[in-house]
Design a protein around this ligand. Structure first.
Ligand SMILES: [Zn+2]
Length: 461
């Protein structure tokens, strides 16, 4: 009798636990899908001008249902965000995915696990779209991986891929120390390009990457007859061309030949009216990647003020902190000739981005993060915002560059890039206001991807 009682008691207890866990489950699902009203926040919409104080954001089924003051909850769960700031998540239009591992950056590191790990890192840093520019591998497109990343079905940032691009034999991108074992095309004759482009066209690639640079070294640089043919062949297939570049004169030739995107700053000289005229006539957008020039310069110059910032350190691959903080690394960067060249590059880059923006060129945010171990994914994007402010932009403009403008360049702006009614609810809540200090974008409280809380930032709380 006693035994029977205890058995049925246990049964009842188990049933109660089961019911509680069920109701918890349905509650969780409900809170993810149903409406949530975020109240009393400072809201930066990303359009470059709108800041709403004490404002509310209503999210329903992953989209922004309403934004404004004194919104009614209408049954939505209410989250009070007094003292917090809401802004759109960042969109980085020039990155490299899957190549970093420890202290190496190489194509041999590229696999599903490494790609997804890095996309989760970007997500922790509030970057929810990245464009990987020209160092991906065919495995990305197998078993539906690329589609599920692009459609937001995997954990981490969504990604656009430019497949693998066009470089120069024994030239850029530097082989093998940079992207060792890459499968970049390196045509020596324009006649080869059509077949290479046919190969690339088998993959869902919108942008084709080219490298036009000699890195200031005795290295061959891509000739105009090669890149003009690449541009022609890409356009014939309805693909666009994004160029790595450095020199003003290459910029002019590339613009004349119809390149669709400048993937870096002009760094050897200040931009002139001729280049501005060419870029404007053809609506060529510009991604300055200022942070890479700072990373190339600052350690040697002694201006790497971020070195002990946990937000920086947490973005690094293992052993890279030891590398960048070692005296020999600083000494290497401080070599007179390199330091002088990199200072000119950084100064020109800071000047040129403002000049081009003020001339009406569409400027977006990209960093080249993930191309080298000293360009940490996630941190670079926030550092880029700081450098845009250093270049003379207001924090509001810098944020617009890193959200709406990048979305425009990637043709994502119908659904992403700003916080407005009907767009996807990709946003982050910050503990401090970046309009007071742009470095406050690093004070991430929560990252929301399509309305769902996916991270509390890179630093464990
Ligand atoms: Zn790059």
């Amino acid at each position: 009798m006693k035994k029977q009682f205890s058995l049925s008691f246990i049964g009842l207890f188990a049933w109660a636990i089961f019911m509680v866990s069920c109701s918890k489950k349905s509650e969780n699902t409900a809170s993810e899908n149903a409406s949530v009203l975020y109240k009393n926040a400072t809201i930066i919409t990303g359009d470059g001008s709108t800041v709403l104080e004490n404002a509310d954001l209503l999210v329903e089924n992953g989209k922004i249902k309403n934004i404004g003051k004194n919104l009614k909850s209408d049954g939505a769960k209410v989250v009070d965000l007094t003292g917090k700031t809401i802004m759109p998540t960042l969109i980085s239009a020039h990155t490299h995915i899957g190549n970093l591992k420890g202290n190496s950056a190489a194509g041999t590191n590229f696999n599903r696990e490494n790609v997804l790990r890095q996309l989760r890192k970007y997500q922790d840093y509030g970057v929810l779209w990245v464009q990987s520019l020209g160092t991906d591998q065919a495995s990305l497109y197998k078993n539906g991986l690329y589609d599920s990343i692009k459609n937001g079905e995997t954990d981490g940032a969504r990604m656009l891929s430019a497949g693998w691009g066009f470089g120069v034999p024994t030239g850029a991108p530097p082989f093998p120390d940079h992207h060792g074992d890459d499968n970049v095309f390196r045509p020596t004759d324009p006649k080869e390009i059509s077949a290479d482009m046919d190969t690339l066209q088998k993959y869902p690639v919108d942008f084709v990457k080219i490298w036009v640079d000699n890195f200031g070294k005795d290295m061959p640089i891509m000739s105009e007859k090669i890149y003009s043919e690449i541009i022609k062949q890409a356009h014939a297939r309805n693909m666009k061309v994004a160029s790595h570049l450095y020199y003003l004169n290459d910029g002019k030739r590339l613009a004349k030949d119809g390149v669709d995107l400048f993937g870096h700053s002009i760094r050897d000289a200040k931009v002139d009216d001729e280049l501005i005229g060419l870029m404007k006539a053809k609506n060529i957008p510009y991604i300055p990647t200022l942070s890479l020039d700072d990373f190339a310069y600052a350690y040697g110059a002694g201006t790497a003020t971020w070195i002990n910032n946990p937000f920086f350190k947490n973005a690094l691959e293992p052993t890279v902190f030891e590398m960048v903080s070692a005296p020999d690394f600083k000494a290497k960067q401080a070599k007179e000739q390199d330091l002088a060249r990199n200072k000119i590059a950084l100064d020109n880059a800071l000047f040129n981005v403002k000049k081009l923006y003020d001339s009406g060129i569409l400027v977006g945010m990209g960093t080249d993060s993930g191309a080298m171990v000293i360009r940490p994914q996630g941190f670079s994007e926030h550092h880029e915002l700081e450098l845009l402010v250093k270049a003379g932009f207001t924090p509001l403009q810098a944020i617009q560059i890193a959200t709406l403008n990048s979305a425009k360049i990637l043709k994502l702006d119908k659904e992403y890039g700003t916080l407005e009614k009907g767009k996807v609810a990709d946003f982050m809540v910050l503990d401090a206001n970046p309009l007071q200090n742009i470095a406050n974008t690093q004070k991430i409280n929560t990252v929301y991807k399509a309305g769902k809380a996916v991270s509390q930032g890179p630093i464990s709380k």
